[in-house]
Ligand binder design. Structure first.
Ligand SMILES: [Zn+2]
Length: 184
């Protein structure tokens, strides 16, 4: 689905643009390598996140379910540099839960696209709300952005934290408190 040729041409142009010689030995296969890598790190563009949330299990209670410290890697759409960190997800089931690994899969589908962290957080929350019909969802991402640490203001180790709340988490501060306690 991706246009590999176009990516290769683009990478060659960038190398020329920065004053490099794309024909020198170390760089000769770089366009090809990057084109293959993009298939992987931008593979989420052609993936439907709902497929991971279709298989569900029935439950009787409506206690909060949390999966925390899900490692993710994404790319900021402003600089095409990585940002990466941890995702914490909680939801209140309405009769059905998803397999725990499927939450991580859902994060991955959205992370493997050019992204901004705020949007990524909201997309994960919306996917859980829509597919599991959850009564409430809260998602928190903590990430380090290479565009902040290797360029620009250069603040290594600084974390960007984003939160998205849906349903009961918007109405019940106690649930939000419980979320933060469980994340810690
Ligand atoms: Zn950036």
């Amino acid at each position: 689905m991706m246009d590999q040729e176009k990516i290769k041409q683009g990478v060659r142009l960038i190398l020329e643009g920065i004053g490099e010689n794309p024909e020198r030995e170390g760089l000769r296969e770089t366009p090809e390598r990057i084109a293959r890598m993009y298939e992987e790190i931008y593979g989420g563009l052609t993936e439907d996140p709902s497929i991971h949330l279709q298989k569900t299990f029935r439950v009787d209670n409506d206690e909060m379910v949390m999966e925390k410290d899900i490692t993710f890697y994404s790319t900021c759409e402003h600089h095409l540099l990585p940002f990466y960190g941890k995702a914490h997800i909680a939801y209140i089931p309405a009769g059905k839960v998803a397999g725990l690994s499927k939450l991580a899969r859902t994060v991955e589908v959205f992370a493997r696209r050019p992204q901004i962290q705020e949007k990524l957080t909201g997309q994960i929350a919306d996917a859980l709300t829509e597919n599991l019909k959850s009564k409430g969802v809260m998602v928190m991402l903590e990430a380090e952005h290479m565009c902040m640490t290797m360029r620009g203001i250069k603040k290594p180790g600084s974390q960007t934290v984003t939160v998205a709340k849906r349903g009961r988490f918007l109405e019940e501060p106690k649930l939000v408190q419980e979320f933060y306690q469980m994340v810690r």
